[in-house]
Ligand binder design. Structure first.
Ligand SMILES: C[S@@+](CC[C@H](N)C(=O)[O-])C[C@H]1O[C@@H](n2cnc3c(N)ncnc32)[C@H](O)[C@@H]1O
Length: 336
């Protein structure tokens, strides 16, 4: 087991760290990209292996001091870029062995209640991870009812999206919505009385707004395409996701552009795969955290890890992948 405490004062549990290390084999050395630096859990663990070089990315400027500390400690082996991982192909100049994505929010973001990610406190409705043009306040006050409904329905998978969107518009006709607690009240009023006790009635709407504010689907689609572009033959791409839409996107990309899928499409031409092959055989295996990890870190309970291995073929743009998820990309492109 890897010891998850570190010299840097930070209480943080990197999700499935042991599994990530096992797949990415830092003991062999190599060039790594940590696309979601956050609390730096993966980067630090990989730096423990002496022949590794890491470039880390995060859009949140709040991680800068932590990243600077690592740059100082490992000047030749660690470099941080504050940018969005969708632009990875411009940020990272060389070809690499491993690219890792650990999607969603960091504990730094979750624990800073002023950033408005949580429905359990009352602060400004912000939800920006960093390098954003908009915040959740702009979204709930500026978009029309239909646009709000589609965002809440498709990005949050919320059954009561129509009612919630209607009540958001009704409320803001009287007063501009500015705080998380105002949105909580609107959602609670819109949901049927017997809403599920297992999941907070606000979870899905908050998730939808967060995804929209940060353009998380566009980031993911372009991020995994550009990571694939930068992988050496035999290089690995690992993605940890936390909700079903993300997992669907990753699974589709890995399996449809793998050797086995492309081969089978010759016999089943109706398959929506194309001939383009970017990965070795994909076994469609999803890795979940152990019961023990979930008991220590509840945030890991919905995590799913998938990885794929780059083949030797030349990179070509996977246009059908983009088309498959175009609906979500269009939704995130709505002007606020
Ligand atoms: C779950 S945390 C990562 C935690 C990290 N693996 C660790 O061990 O500490 C996700 C991080 O990714 C960052 N992030 C999310 N989307 C991003 C994007 N599109 N580009 C760059 N960073 C992003 C967030 O700001 C956050 O800090």
């Amino acid at each position: 087991m890897i010891n998850q405490t570190s010299s840097l004062e930070f209480s943080h549990f990197p999700v499935m760290l042991n599994e990530v290390l096992k797949i990415s084999s830092p003991s062999n050395g190599g060039k790594f990209v940590d696309c979601t630096f956050g609390g730096g859990g993966y980067s630090r663990a990989i730096l423990n292996f002496s022949n590794t070089i890491i470039q880390a990315i995060d859009r949140d400027k709040k991680v800068l001091s932590l990243a600077k500390e690592l740059e100082k400690k490992f000047p030749k082996r660690f470099k941080f870029h504050q940018s969005r991982f969708s632009q990875l192909d411009q940020t990272i100049s060389d070809y690499v062995d491993v690219v890792i994505f650990d999607l969603g929010l960091s504990s730094i973001q979750l624990n800073d209640l002023k950033r408005g990610f949580s429905f359990k406190s009352s602060y400004d409705l912000d939800m920006a991870m960093g390098l954003n043009n908009i915040s959740a306040v702009d979204v709930v006050n500026n978009l029309n009812e239909k646009e709000l409904k589609y965002i809440i329905k498709f990005l949050g998978d919320e059954k009561d999206a129509s009612k919630i969107a209607k009540n958001i518009v009704k409320y803001r006709n009287i007063k501009r919505i500015t705080s998380t607690s105002e949105l909580v009240k609107i959602i609670e009023r819109s949901k049927k009385k017997n809403f599920s006790k297992k999941i907070n009635p606000c979870t899905k709407t908050f998730q939808a707004l967060r995804i929209f504010v940060n353009k998380e689907i566009t980031e993911l689609v372009n991020g995994i395409i550009n990571a694939t572009k930068k992988l050496k033959p035999g290089g690995k791409i690992l993605v940890i996701s936390f909700h079903s839409l993300e997992d669907r996107i990753i699974k589709y990309f890995f399996s449809n552009y793998s050797k086995n899928k492309a081969k089978s499409s010759r016999y089943f031409p109706e398959s929506n795969s194309e001939e383009l092959v970017l990965f070795e055989e994909y076994k469609n295996k999803v890795i979940r955290p152990s019961k023990k990890e979930i008991s220590i870190n509840n945030r890991s309970r919905s995590a799913k890890l998938r990885f794929a291995i780059r083949n030797k073929d030349k990179f070509e743009h996977p246009q059908k992948f983009i088309e498959k998820f175009q609906k979500y990309l269009n939704l995130e492109a709505i002007n606020v």
